[in-house]
Write a protein that binds this ligand. Sequence first.
Ligand SMILES: *Cc1c(COP(=O)(O)O)cnc(C)c1O
Length: 408
Amino acid sequence: MAEKKTTLIQVPFDKPDAYHALNMPLYHSVAFEFDSAEEMELAFTGRSAGHAYSRITNPTVQYFEKRVQALTRALSVTAMNTGMSAISNALITVSKAGANIVTSKHLFSNTMAFLFDVLAPFGVEIRTCDLTNPDVVRQHIDENTCAIFLEIITNPQLEVADLGKLGVIGKEAGVPLIADSTIVPFTHYPARELGVNIEVLSSTKYLAGGGTSLGGLIIDYGNFNWKQSKTLGEFAQQYKAFAFTKKLRSEVHSNLGCYMTPHAAYMQTLGLETLGLRYKTQAENTLVLAKKLSITPGIVSVNYPGLPGHPFHEVAKQQFGELTGAVLTFSLENRQACFSFLNKLKLVRRATNLFENKSLAIHPASTIFGNFKSEQLEQMNIDERAIRLSVGLEDVEDIYQDIVQALQ
Ligand SMILES: *Cc1c(COP(=O)(O)O)cnc(C)c1O
């Protein structure tokens, strides 16, 4: 961790800055000029590292990618303009008509809608099952499975799958494990060691910090043998370990046009520098609150994997340590009680987003999941009585007191 603290702050630029700027300057330019037609040809055909056009690469965004790469020691990092574009671009890269993705119905609402409403009509089968049961996952994989996709802690059910076991199942079957790690930052759990091959996340959340900008990351750990892949086998003949990154960069991301903007990269690079401090404080606040709320009158139940006795406590502790993110949910009597609670909050803000500096509360069933039918909500395990609380950096006692007064 000592090493990570320093790596969070100190990563040199690729080239010395002309003005010796201490922060990576914001290169807000779409195009980059070349000294000769020959150099232009090399850059446009990917044979030199020069920047040509900011939909493809940009120096400020590339520096942000480099910072994440230094922390993860990944083979490649690609910064996207939202978490959703990271998820969609990664899954499009590995899939094709006739292939299937093994996943769960316990997913972030837009991810669920992307899979079923956008990807499935192109002929990609979405197979959902209980990802917390490794045997069931094994049964759902066949010769056309192109990925196992999951959230390391699901939002908002806070279900935790055993990554190590799924990693082994994926490896045996020649199927990459693609994980959305939005709820616990990559600096705070050993993704590669647990068998994650591709990590995707919404950097809008912890990395941006103050909720300043949207962003997403696709992290390729380089630990999957793409020759085994049902969809990238041909690419792997030529590009070996780089097959996924090559396909993503040259065919998917460049043509879908979802690259991170330089402005977002600038802000999120600064956000990254304080990530360790913020995560520690926010997650510690969350554990304190989870314990206090569990014995607070008016609260029916509290859901936080960091709580001893939580159904996924052991597996969460093993993978993420004592702190399992800075979000919890709790249930009240009914939907009306949830609305009344939200309306009485004074300090905690009524807003969606996770891991802002400020604490935020929302009723997921009527908002983020408001457009799903009641039977879908049931399958997704979205509880009508649940409040989701994203815990901020305030004094934990102040957050608790606000909750207590709003329960009156
Ligand atoms: C917020 C979130 C996303 C989507 O990220 P955006 O940056 O809003 O596109 C995806 N997955 C999870 C788990 C999230 O919480």
